[in-house]
Design a protein around this ligand. Structure first.
Ligand SMILES: [Zn+2]
Length: 460
């Protein structure tokens, strides 16, 4: 059997594959609404049936929330690599219903800007993406077997923050960590003709600080002047967090932040990202932040400090001449590379304490910290997957970053010790979580073919 034969099987069975995806899309597996709990269960059972069709040893596992589907499939070669594929079967509520041109759970093909598209809730996020992988596996099974050993892991609570996953990972660590690598499919292409692999996700550390001053709110006429105002103290400290070049001033903040390899920097430049259009889309004309760095670099590969909320004094209608007893701010840091989130929060607390004048006191509340994730640029799996995607799309796959975080990827790394290869075929205009969600038919078809090539390449 060659990969070509598997690709031919995928092409020949495309309409049956589309029907299967449509069956899946008809199940309204809305995880956040208890009224749809039975439908979530139905989606889990349906997936379990698909896995058993593929010859998997599969089961639907109960959790305190919606069930998790786990399946194991063996490769034809015992010494093949072992991968864990993750997807989710739950979807967001379809509201507002009147903005849909057809029923959200009545999938249909429509004509879009770049050809046919599949319109339904979950078409892109994540049922269509998930099925590209299953259909690739099905084609291998029809041609003598899988090239990799595979653990399939499908959860039904991604859209509600995956509350059951950490305990599930802890309880099933041995079973799940037989894999050497996780494959995560709910990411996007760079554009409709350029595939992408997401290799870096920024981490996040969040701290709230409250500055206390006088022992009660005061009349600013009777006390203003001699009594220091905590809002002023807080504002000064926040102002000190960045220097004139846009850099964060916390001591040792940039420890663990590496410059991009030249090859990656050149590749990002070649993506020809339209900075002006990006800024204009949010009503901004000039990029802020670190001087001398591109917008893309700032979002994907540089750390930041942002104040997300600030409070103190009188906030009601009209005016009140109060000198408040306290003022607070919620501060967050986006992290990259090997920055240590705990150390950064410690450094932030020390930074605040050093700047407290007489009679001021700081109180801190931590709101969580997670490190950045980086698939090493010299990873062999990454190189193979990149070549495979290039063969399918006729364009080299972009190695991109993601400014936000994908919590599941952190859980794979921290709880199971697995790096994740993030490959998905969604497009930025898929309207996920919005009315008329769609998945390009090309994403579905070529996405399936892409997984066939990637699995073959990982095993070669
Ligand atoms: Zn989603």
């Amino acid at each position: 059997m060659t990969t070509e034969t598997v690709l031919e099987t995928i092409d020949a069975n495309l309409s049956a594959a589309t029907e299967r995806l449509f069956d899946f899309l008809r199940i309204p597996s809305i995880s956040t609404d208890p009224a749809f709990a039975q439908d979530c269960r139905r989606a889990a059972d349906w997936l379990c049936g698909q896995l058993r069709d593929l010859g998997c040893d599969a089961g639907v596992r109960a959790t305190p929330g919606h069930p998790i589907v786990v399946g194991h499939a063996k490769a034809k070669r015992p010494d093949a690599p072992h991968v864990l594929f993750y997807g989710h079967y739950d979807v967001q509520p379809p509201d507002p219903l009147d903005k849909w041109t057809s029923g959200p759970f009545q999938p249909r093909l429509a004509e879009g800007e770049h050809g046919k598209e599949i319109v339904a809730r979950g078409a892109s996020d994540d049922k269509g993406q998930l099925m590209t992988f299953l259909e690739a596996c099905r084609a291998f099974q029809a041609n003598g077997g899988l090239p990799c050993h595979i653990v399939f892991l499908f959860e039904g609570e991604e859209e509600t923050g995956s509350p059951s996953l950490p305990a599930f990972f802890a309880a099933n660590r041995e079973e799940l960590s037989v894999a050497d690598l996780a494959l995560v499919c709910d990411t996007s292409m760079w554009n409709h003709e350029t595939p992408a692999i997401t290799t870096m996700l920024r981490g996040l550390a969040q701290e709230e600080v409250v500055i206390h001053g006088p022992d009660r709110d005061l009349h600013s006429g009777l006390f203003g002047g001699p009594v220091r105002n905590p809002i002023h103290v807080l504002a000064k400290i926040i102002g000190d967090l960045h220097d004139a070049e846009g850099r964060v001033t916390l001591p040792d903040f940039y420890d663990g932040v590496a410059e991009l390899p030249d090859e990656i920097a050149a590749q990002w430049r070649a993506l020809d990202f339209d900075e002006a259009a990006f800024l204009k889309s949010v009503g901004v004309s000039q990029a802020a932040g670190e001087i001398g760095r591109s917008v893309m670099e700032k979002i994907w590969s540089r750390p930041t400090c942002d104040v997300n909320g600030i409070y103190g004094g009188y906030m009601g209608p009209g005016a009140k001449t109060v000198l408040p007893a306290k003022a607070g701010a919620k501060v967050s840091f986006r992290l990259v590379g090997r920055q240590n989130p705990e150390k950064i929060l410690e450094s932030f607390r020390a930074f605040v304490r050093e700047r407290l004048p007489a009679d001021a006191r700081a109180e801190f509340v931590t709101h969580g910290a997670s490190p950045a994730l980086q698939l090493p640029f010299d990873s062999e799996a990454l190189a193979r997957a990149r070549r495979a995607l290039g063969q399918e799309w006729g364009k080299e796959a972009a190695l991109i970053g993601c400014g936000g975080s994908i919590p599941i990827v952190g859980a794979f790394k921290v709880q199971l010790g697995l790096d994740a290869l993030m490959i998905g075929f969604a497009l930025d205009d898929d309207r996920i979580h919005s009315p008329n969600e769609k998945y390009a038919f090309d994403s579905f078809h070529k996405g399936t073919r892409s997984w066939a090539r990637v699995l073959a390449a990982l095993a070669a």
